[in-house]
Write a new protein. Sequence first.
Length: 150
Amino acid sequence: MKVGDKIPAILGKDQNGNTIKAADYAGKKLVLYFYPKDSTSGCTAEACSFRDHYTELRKQGYEVVGVSVDGDKSHQKFIEKQQLPFNLIADTDKTLVEQFGVWGEKSMYGRKYMGTFRTTFIINEEGVVEKIFLPKEIKTSTHAEQVMAG
């Protein structure tokens, strides 16, 4: 997925098993952010940044949806613990991470494994990717401000 591409019609299922569609966000700007894992330090900082600035983001016409390959139960716990006011897509079959090109080989402490690259896609009112924040550009604790600054 790159700038100028239209996002898929079906994005996946949220923490409650509801289907999330691109059409749900027609006329709004969508912050679709992919993160590696629920309840880890960086992912919690990023989610809380969006939570703390959610009202401002919505005033600017944005909706926020997080995506990870964690299951719905994990997402429910994460939302409850951090009081997140937005949906999280449970991409357990890795459809969305693969469609957006954010799933691949990662390395930590010399160990290689498959995982999600922390990436944020800003999608315009017509469902077209307008901007992409790559992993090296994202500052987890202030990511909402990065999005609002453009």
